[in-house]
Design a protein around this ligand. Structure first.
Ligand code: IMP
Length: 427
C-alpha cells in the first residue's frame, strides 16, 4: 500500500500521533496536509517524550522524509522552535521539506484570532488562538503571505505592507486593540527566512516522485472529521478540511494515488472548545475518562470534555473519509467500568414529534438538540495494557470491538492499550 491517509474520526485528539508514529516506521515519507500548530502530537519513544505541533512526527525516524504540504498554515516561529528543539536532542532535520505554497501565520493573525473570540463572548468558538482561522481567511481572500515569499525580501515587504495596513485598521478600529509594527514583523520574518530557506521545496513534485518509485507515503491528518469546515459541527469547527479528500489538495496528489484510509477513533469520545456533543458526560464518569485517559490538550492544556462512544459520528466519518480500516485508541481507559454505553442513533423531539436519526443529522439546529439513544454493553475490570493479541482481551472488550465492526462494516486494524510505543494490538 504505497499511499495511506490517517485521519481523526471524532473532534480531534483521537491519538493519531501514536498511530502515525507506529506506521511511520514502515513509510519512507510522512506528509502533513492541513491545519497548523493547533494540532499537537505527543510521541513517547526510547529517546523520551516529544511534542510536535507542526513537524510530522516521522522526523524521529532517520529513514523518513518529513513533509509539510501546501495545505498547512505555518507559524514560522513555532517551526523554528521545533527544529531547534529536535536538533538539540541530536535528531537531524536535514530531510524536512516545507512547501513554498503553504501559507504563513503572521503575528496579526494571532491577535485577530484572540480579538475575534473576545468579541464573540458567550458565542465564542473556543479556538486554540494560534491564528489558524485568520490565516486561512487571508489565504481565501488572496491576502496571504506564503512560505516562498520568505525567499524574496522585496516581495515579502510588499505583501506585508499591503496586509498590515488592513489588519492594523481592523485591530485598532474594529477590535479596539493594538496593531503590529511593520518594521518589527519584517525583521522577525527575515530572520525566519534565513533559518527556513534550506527546507523550502516543491513538495507536490517530491511526493509524486516518491509515489512513482513505489515508496510508502503516509499522509498525516490533524484534528478530526467533526471539526471539518464543510462537514463538521459548523461554526464550532477549525478552518481547514481534516478529512481524507483534503490530503490530495493539501499535498498536491491526485485522488487515484490514495490506496488506504485509516480512521483513528478513541474508544470513547472527547472534545475541546465549544459546540454540541450528544454523548457528553459530567460528574464521576467524565472524571474517570479525564483522569484515566489524561484528557488535557497537548496544545492548550485545556481539560477535554468527555463522553460515551458515538457510532452515529463514526458512521459519518466512515462515509466522509471512505475509511478502509479503523484504529481504536485508548481501549485500556474503558477498563474498570461496569457497563459501556454506546450511542447507535439520535432522538430528536420537535413540536411533540419524535424522530430518529441513524445517519448524522443534516442540519445544525437538529444536531444541537439531539439526544443519544444508547445501547448498553458489559464492561470489564481487567488491566489490558499488557495484552498484545486480540484473542487475549477480556471477552467484553472483544465484544465491544466486534460491535463497532459489525455496526460500521469497517475492519479494525489496530488497537492501542496504553501510551507506550509497543502498547498496541495489531490485528
Ligand atoms: P482553531 O483550529 O484554533 O481555529 O480552533 C477551532 C476549533 O477546533 C476549537 O474548538 C478547537 O478546540 C478545535 N481544535 C483545533 N485543533 C484541534 C486539535 O488538534 N484537537 C482538538 N481540537 C482542536
Amino acid at each position: 500500500m504505497p499511499a495511506r491517509v490517517v485521519v481523526g474520526t471524532q473532534w480531534g485528539d483521537e491519538g493519531k500521533g501514536r498511530i502515525i508514529d507506529n506506521l511511520a516506521g514502515q513509510s519512507q515519507m510522512v506528509v502533513r496536509f492541513q491545519g497548523g500548530n493547533n494540532a499537537g502530537h505527543t510521541i513517547v519513544n526510547e529517546m523520551g517524550e516529544f511534542k510536535f505541533h507542526l513537524i510530522p512526527s516521522g522526523i524521529l525516524y532517520a529513514h523518513v522524509t518529513p513533509v509539510i504540504g501546501n495545505g498547512v498554515v505555518i507559524d514560522p516561529r513555532v517551526l523554528c522552535e521545533e527544529l531547534n528543539h529536535v536538533e538539540a536532542r541530536g535528531i537531524s532535520t536535514d530531510k524536512l521539506k516545507v512547501s513554498g505554497n503553504a501559507h504563513l501565520i503572521m503575528p496579526y493573525h494571532i491577535l485577530l484570532d484572540a480579538a475575534h473570540e473576545t468579541m464573540l463572548g458567550r458565542r465564542r468558538i473556543g479556538t486554540t488562538k494560534r491564528g489558524i482561522g485568520p490565516a486561512y481567511t487571508d489565504k481565501a481572500a488572496r491576502l496571504g503571505i506564503r512560505v516562498q515569499d520568505l525567499l524574496d525580501k522585496k516581495i515579502l515587504r510588499q505583501k506585508l505592507d499591503t496586509a498590515i495596513g488592513e489588519k492594523n485598521d481592523l485591530l485598532e478600529k474594529v477590535y479596539n486593540s493594538s496593531g503590529v509594527d511593520p518594521f518589527e514583523v519584517m525583521e522577525q520574518y527575515a530572520g525566519y527566512a534565513d533559518r527556513l530557506s534550506p527546507y523550502i521545496a516543491d513538495t507536490s513534485l517530491i511526493i509524486n516522485r516518491a509515489l512513482g518509485r513505489g515508496e510508502q507515503v503516509l499522509f498525516e491528518g490533524a484534528q478530526g472529521c467533526l471539526l471539518d469546515i464543510d462537514h463538521g459541527t459548523y461554526p464550532f469547527v477549525t478552518s481547514s478540511n481534516p478529512i481524507a479528500g483534503a490530503a490530495c489538495v493539501g499535498a498536491g496528489v491526485g485522488p487515484t494515488a490514495i490506496d488506504e484510509v485509516l480512521g483513528v477513533c478513541k474508544a470513547y469520545t472527547t472534545r475541546v472548545g465549544e459546540g454540541p456533543f450528544p454523548t457528553e458526560l459530567s460528574g464521576s464518569l467524565s472524571e474517570h475518562f479525564v483522569s484515566k485517559g489524561g484528557e488535557f490538550g497537548t496544545t492548550t492544556g485545556r481539560k477535554r470534555r468527555c463522553g460515551w462512544p458515538d457510532l452515529v459520528i463514526l458512521d459519518y466519518a466512515v462515509r466522509l473519509n471512505g475509511l478502509t480500516g479503523l484504529a481504536i485508541t485508548k481501549l485500556d481507559v474503558l477498563s474498570g467500568l461496569e457497563e459501556i454505553k454506546v450511542c447507535t442513533m439520535y432522538e430528536y423531539i420537535h413540536n411533540g414529534e419524535r424522530a430518529h436519526y441513524v445517519d448524522f443529522p443534516p442540519h445544525q439546529s437538529i444536531f444541537h438538540h439531539c439526544l443519544p439513544v444508547m445501547q448498553s454493553l458489559p464492561g470489564w475490570k481487567e488491566d489490558i495494557s499488557g495484552v498484545r493479541r486480540l484473542a487475549d482481551l477480556p471477552k467484553a472488550a472483544r465484544d465491544y470491538l466486534d460491535f463497532i465492526t459489525a455496526h460500521t462494516g469497517v475492519p479494525i486494524n489496530m488497537v492501542s492499550v496504553g501510551p507506550g510505543r509497543d502498547e498496541f494490538i495489531e490485528v
